[in-house]
Design a protein. Sequence first.
Length: 181
Amino acid sequence: MAGAGSSRLLTYSVAPLEGQEVRFVEVAAGARKALRTVKGGGKGSVRFQTSEARGTKRSIVAEVIQDGMPRKNLTIARFSAPSPRVGRPGRVRVRRRGKGALVTWTPAPLARYYDVSVVASDGGRIALAPRRGSRQVTVPGVGKKERLTIRVVGISASGRRGPAAIARLADGGRSTSKRKR
């Protein structure tokens, strides 16, 4: 077992045995992640990112299956590692579209969902939640001279929020994007 932080490398050597299959699984509080299944033996390695869990204690379990039936579970490694962090969305773009504004962005690492908050120049605020898997939303009712500030935040499958990416729509229709530090 090698690596640091949430990036790890598991190296294995499985003796060949007829009808045997070995499944390597990362186990942590509230998480279970299959890493690789080896049929018929062999050597190799698998690079993986730790799963999102409630704690930092983790183990790698080799689930041995013989002729389709579970035979034995062996804990082959124990380690401590943080859950991976949700990254910042990439460039956020805003452009006027009819009587609204279209907001698009590039994906954030590990994000499954996104929250979009909009603040208008008149102080009005709106929160938008795009459909799952979508990386765009339409802000309704945007006037020609109205300025907008948009914050896009990626959210992991377990609800962890990442840092925000911010874009602004000026009254001339120009979009500027910056990454919040």
